[in-house]
Design a protein around this ligand. Structure first.
Ligand code: TXA
Ligand code: MG
Length: 317
């Protein structure tokens, strides 16, 4: 299959309406999108990504009104969070209605829904008039894409079109939340921090980001978001100065040999925006190992440490 990279929204829309899978920009990472109401189209997402169908997909909507028929209930507290953060990088796990096929939910009776903020995707969704099912547009288990080129590098030949909407502004996947005993819980750390949620909720939501029993979200899989080059958290030892690349949050450390900086002023927001791009760059740098300075365990640092620990877990059995 020939893969075209372009900015033609009508072409992307036409392909999606014809039941094909198209990579689309979101404010978090690029998504691999198909018509959620077309079973075969949804099936082709799993095939293009090489993802097991036991891992459920997120439904993307332009607004809450369009989403409600796909849910069996939308709790009041989620309406409040929707008003505060959406459109934006927050995904709600809610009971599904019969409109949602089991292929999307991995056979579960809940569905993940989100309202992306990227203006191009907003326009695409409102012209389509129905939901897009979309996981991140990477091969299963590999680094998430934050530019059209990242998508091309992994998925060329597997999908017909990549809709280029520039670099993703947030750079980290959406925060996934659910409700347990009337309390909001975080299933995946993401762009919206627990602290930001707590300002609206009045309490810090509990994190349930590790699989207990069955794997609820693929982000809970221990090995995920991984580079090809072995990745470690910490600082490279002297004997590896030339053979390993060091990634740091800011530019202040003196590092011998290959060195990549996430943010010139050590801002966590900028570091999050650049994290995947810098990991893609490190992976292409022909070094034997990648070392990453650990982030502080608060705010966006939680989401970044989570991604890095899962990537590193692939190399530490
Ligand atoms: O920012 C994002 O959320 C990006 C963009 C493209 O929207 N999407 C994304 O999708 O990260 P994906 O498929 O890579 O991750 C979605 C996560 C998975 O961990 C999946 O298991 C979880 O959402 N998920 C989906 N439906 C679920 C459900 N019913 N219950 C629990 N987790 C669910
Ligand atoms: Mg993903």
């Amino acid at each position: 299959m020939n893969t075209t990279l372009g900015t033609d929204l009508q072409q992307a829309l036409g392909l999606i309406q014809a039941g094909l899978t198209v990579a689309v920009p979101t404010e978090t990472v690029y998504g691999l999108a198909a018509d959620a109401n077309n079973e075969e189209a949804v099936q082709s997402i799993f095939e293009a990504k090489g993802r097991p169908t036991s891992n459920p997909l997120i439904l993307h909507f332009d607004e809450l009104g369009t989403a409600l028929p796909y849910t069996a209930a939308f709790p009041k507290i989620f309406e409040t969070l929707y008003a505060a953060f959406c459109p934006g990088p927050l995904t709600f796990i809610v009971p599904k209605s019969s409109l949602v096929s089991g292929l999307i939910t991995g056979g579960q009776d809940t569905v993940a829904i989100r309202f992306p903020k990227h203006p191009i995707l907003q326009e695409l969704l409102s012209q389509l008039g129905r939901p897009l099912a979309a996981p991140s547009a990477n091969l299963y288990g590999q680094l998430s894409p934050t530019s059209a080129w990242h998508v091309e590098a992994q998925l060329a030949g597997r999908i017909p079109y990549i809709l280029d909407g520039g670099s993703c502004n947030e750079g980290l996947e959406s925060t996934i939340i659910g409700l347990i005993d009337d309390q909001v819980v975080v299933y995946r750390y993401g762009s919206i921090t627990p602290e930001a949620l707590s300002e609206v909720l009045g309490y810090l939501p509990a994190a349930k980001v590790h699989a207990e029993g069955g794997v609820l979200t693929s982000g809970m899989v221990k090995h995920h978001y991984a580079t090809q080059t072995p990745l470690f958290l910490g600082f490279k030892p002297a004997e590896e100065h030339q053979t390993a690349v060091q990634i740091t949050i800011g530019p202040e450390q003196t590092v011998a040999g290959p060195h990549l900086v996430l943010s010139e002023n050590a801002s966590l927001i900028e570091a999050a925006r650049n994290l995947y791009a810098v990991l893609h760059e490190a992976d292409a740098a022909q070094v034997q190992k990648i070392y990453v300075e650990p982030f502080p365990n608060y705010g966006l640092g939680l989401a970044m440490n989570d991604r890095l620990l899962r990537a590193a877990a692939k190399f530490h059995q």
